[in-house]
Design a protein. Structure first.
Length: 428
């Protein structure tokens, strides 16, 4: 588990956190408008990825289940078709409506709209990379996606100053640098899929029967992955609702909450790395150990580190870190059950019980939001932090509650007789 999880953690830090921070660093010299533009752009991209997340998640699980038992290329091909459909459905309206989307964040024109135009147009490249990485993870390879993420970050570090300042493109240059870096990385990553073509027709064109199987595969990918998308988007929406509640206590509280969340994100990625490792192992019918214990232990360890680093870490962002420090201290109650929930989610997702995970998440939020309003009127922002801990605990309890029957786990491994004998992808 840990062998799989460590590369995923590095990948998540670099792909989810670092690219946005690198862009923010380089545009900071252009003023507050540029910083706000990148913040808006990365927020919108984050939500767009939540809509697409079902595809790479479903591809990972299905590749893991079929590896060594059935041809893999039909899953890869179907994932590619879903990528095309989702890219058109999300990117095209996004490009056409980038102005109104920016207006939702209080910036109908100017730097934010410029950044969004390029960023949304580049979503297909970003989505394609996640599908390629999803295939590799289904094969049990988490090192190659990590390498891809590191390559992308290195390219962004080089291209950002060149395009932003060297060519004078400003904020739009930051977006172009990110899209270009992802395009180069994607070209490198696609080569990792060589050797998976076995199982497709020689000419690569599916026949009538294969088209029917492709439709079934597409449905299976989406049914498998949609609970993950639902979980992702639900968390994003609840996060926005919490910001609104905290905003009622003043700008300083919102700023402290935002700083605390950014610091905590580096630790939370540990849980999501464990979830992906558990999902990969379960889909491949390999021993996954005890994701619950790993998640709970990881939550305790992350909480301890954040408590120790709270003051100096928050001090990097503000001269008055008291709110952020208080947030991180209270998060000890939240991180332990949350770590267990996220890690267990990988097993539920891969064993066909993703709907149960989503139901557990929603049950926790159904308690958390009313509790946040009620406790905040009594305890101030501390009540919001306590509601987060209560919500995570309820979600974990719901996810672990005994259930009669239910879908069977992924089938046992079979001899590698139905797959092409060609070499594994690069990095395997």
């Amino acid at each position: 588990m840990l062998r799989l999880a460590l590369p995923v953690y590095v990948e998540l830090l670099t792909a989810v956190v670092a690219v946005g921070l690198i862009d923010l660093l380089w545009v900071s010299g252009l003023g507050e408008g540029a910083i706000a533009a990148v913040t808006v752009g990365t927020t919108v991209e984050y939500l767009a990825y939540g809509l697409f997340l079902a595809v790479p998640t479903g591809v990972t699980v299905l590749v893991g289940r079929r590896d060594g038992r059935a041809p893999l290329w039909p899953v890869v091909r179907t994932g590619g078709l879903l990528w095309a459909l989702f890219s058109a459905a999300v990117a095209v309206p996004g490009v056409l409506l980038h102005g109104p989307i920016a207006a939702l964040f209080g910036a109908a024109s100017g730097p934010a709209a410029d950044f969004l135009l390029v960023s949304l147009a580049g979503l297909p490249v970003y989505f394609a990379q996640t599908v390629v990485d999803g295939v590799l993870k289904g094969l049990g390879d988490t090192r190659t996606p990590m390498r891809n993420a590191l390559i992308c970050n290195a390219l962004v570090v080089v291209l950002d100053p060149l395009l932003i300042y060297g060519l004078g493109l400003g904020v739009r240059g930051a977006a172009l640098a990110t899209v270009a870096a992802r395009a180069v990385t994607l070209a490198i990553a696609v080569r990792s899929l060589r050797g998976l073509r076995g199982g497709a027709r020689d000419d690569g064109t599916p026949g009538d029967g294969e088209r029917g199987r492709g439709t079934r595969l597409g449905r299976e990918i989406l049914v498998t992955g949609l609970p993950m998308s639902g979980d992702f988007l639900a968390r994003a929406l609840v996060g926005m609702a919490l910001v609104e509640i905290v905003a009622g206590f003043g700008t300083a509280q919102v700023a402290g909450y935002g700083i605390g969340q950014k610091i905590m994100l580096a630790g939370v990625m540990v849980f999501y790395a464990l979830r992906q490792a558990a999902m990969i192992r379960t889909a491949r019918s390999e021993p996954a150990g005890s994701p619950l214990l790993l998640g709970l232990g990881g939550g305790a360890a992350v909480a301890a580190v954040l408590n120790a680093a709270a003051v100096p870490a928050a001090g990097l962002f503000t001269a008055d870190p008291s709110v952020a420090v208080g947030f991180l201290r209270w998060m000890t109650l939240y991180l332990v059950p949350f770590g267990g929930l996220i890690a267990v989610g990988g097993v539920l997702q891969a064993s066909g019980r993703g709907g149960r995970l989503l139901a557990a998440t929603l049950a926790g939020f159904a308690v958390q939001l009313p509790l946040a309003y009620a406790l905040s009127s009594w305890l101030g922002v501390t009540g919001v932090w306590l509601s987060m801990a209560a919500g995570a605990s309820i979600s974990l309890a719901a996810a672990l509650a005994p259930r009669a029957g239910g879908p069977a786990p992924a089938p046992a491994r079979a001899p590698r007789s139905t797959r092409t004998a060609e070499g594994r992808p690069c990095g395997r």
